[in-house]
Ligand binder design. Structure first.
Ligand code: NAD
Ligand code: MG
Length: 392
């Protein structure tokens, strides 16, 4: 351990979504950098035994289980160390995100549930490492405004946005022409459209390059994920949809491109593992050796790029449309997609009905322009009810 690292105070981290895919990649980074990073709070939905194990390993003083049943089971089992205070519910989650002793909150819960704790953390002056994209799609205007007002950093942890963030360092905004987000094309990239009718949840939750939670893996197949990321990029980097492009890149090694007004293009490369982006955010603005080997050019490999076929990926077109409509339209897109994916995974609707349910919701719901936060939450709730009750 270099002597200088003893001098630097450790960054104190709260990890929301500790038992998930991003959560476990984050724990790998924390294990490697114990001299720089310290876990002071963790939260999960219901996997209490796993969360308790994390509290043991990292001596975490504060934990929250969102789910009440899981909380009571945890109380009975006595799984958690006696030195960990365990709480339960949405309010406890938002409170955890504001712990005075924390420096940075990594938001890695899935879905719109991330918005309230993220806003609470920003209001408490915490820097945010943002893995969750749905919260920006729902409440981007409010999150960006609050972050500016409080002077906190929003560090993009989604790999594409992290790549863009890295490429933009040192370049003034007026030199930027456009952003080009890479997309793997998902697990059905080479499957003919005519065969997509037969796609089952088991097939849609396997990704060729990335190991991720079930929701984002399905989103990756439909490219709703890239749609959410376009909207995320709009909020993080302030560009209109005309200056946001998507390119299919099957190898997932180039994580995105930044094109400047003189035509020069920069990219960030690393293997398809989230540890690179997570570590970059948690140590920012410092760097340290990564937890796994990076791309090695001594081994032959090729990188391919092609334009997406919008007729094969209607969710991508719907996301562009929602972004262009503005106001609460992205919130409708997100809520309808969350419900569509849940219903697809529960075998209630077919794979090809996911975009249809989003399209139906966008056409039926009123999308107020410049919505307040409360209007957005209301739109979210109403869209979910509509998408839940729709029968094909
Ligand atoms: P996941 O399903 O593997 O894990 C989700 C985590 O959030 C779990 O710990 C779960 O217990 C917790 N959680 C879920 N709902 C909650 C709630 N209401 N309250 C508290 N905790 C809750 O998901 P993931 O793949 O890790 O993705 C997390 C987020 O990061 C998503 O928004 C996803 O889009 C984004 N993201 C993921 C990846 C990836 O590689 N997995 C990459 C980029 C962005
Ligand atoms: Mg991504």
């Amino acid at each position: 351990m270099p002597a200088e690292s003893h001098m630097r105070p450790r960054k104190r981290i709260i990890l929301l979504g500790a038992t998930g895919s991003i959560g476990s990649s984050t724990l790998r980074v924390l294990r490697e950098h114990k001299d720089r990073l310290e876990l002071v709070g963790v939260a999960a939905h219901s996997r209490h035994a796993e969360l308790a194990q994390i509290c043991h390993e990292f001596a975490v003083p504060q934990a929250v289980l969102q789910d009440e049943k899981a909380y009571h089971l945890a109380q009975q089992s006595g799984d958690f160390p006696s030195s960990t205070t365990v709480n339960c519910g949405s309010e406890a989650l938002a409170e955890l995100a504001t712990l005075p002793e924390a420096d940075i909150v990594l938001v890695a819960v899935v879905g719109a549930a991330g918005l309230r704790p993220a806003l609470a953390a920003i209001e408490a002056g915490k820097d945010i490492a943002l893995a969750n994209k749905e919260l920006l799609v729902l409440g981007g205007a409010h999150v960006i405004e609050a972050a500016k007002r409080k002077g906190v950093r929003l560090l993009p942890t989604d790999s594409e946005h992290n790549a863009i963030f890295q490429c933009l360092q040192g370049h003034p905004a007026n030199q930027l022409d456009k952003l080009i987000l890479t997309a793997s094309g998902g697990q059905f990239r080479d499957t003919p459209s005519s065969e997509l009718q037969q796609v089952t949840p088991e097939m849609a939750t396997q990704h060729p390059n990335w190991s991720m939670g079930p929701k984002i893996t399905v989103d990756s197949a439909t490219m709703a994920n890239k749609g959410l990321e376009l909207i995320e990029a709009h909020w993080l980097f302030g560009l209109e949809p005309e200056r946001l492009e998507v390119v299919i890149h099957p190898q997932s090694v180039v994580h995105s491109f930044v094109q400047f007004i003189d035509g020069s293009i920069l990219a960030q490369l690393s293997p398809p593992s989230m540890t690179f982006a997570i570590q970059h955010c948690l140590l920012y603005p410092d760097r340290a050796p990564g937890v796994e080997p990076t791309t090695d050019f001594r081994t032959a490999f090729s990188l391919d790029f092609k334009a997406p076929d919008f007729s094969k990926y209607p969710c991508l077109q719907l996301a562009y449309d929602a972004l262009r409509s503005g106001g609460a339209a992205p919130a409708i897109f997100n809520a309808a997609n969350e419900v569509a994916v849940e219903r697809f995974l529960a075998k209630e609707i077919a794979y090809l009905e996911i975009p249809k349910l989003i399209e139906h919701s966008l056409s039926r719901m009123q999308a107020p322009q410049q919505p307040s936060l409360e209007q957005l939450f209301q739109t979210d709730t109403e869209t979910r009810a509509l998408a839940q009750s729709f029968r094909f």
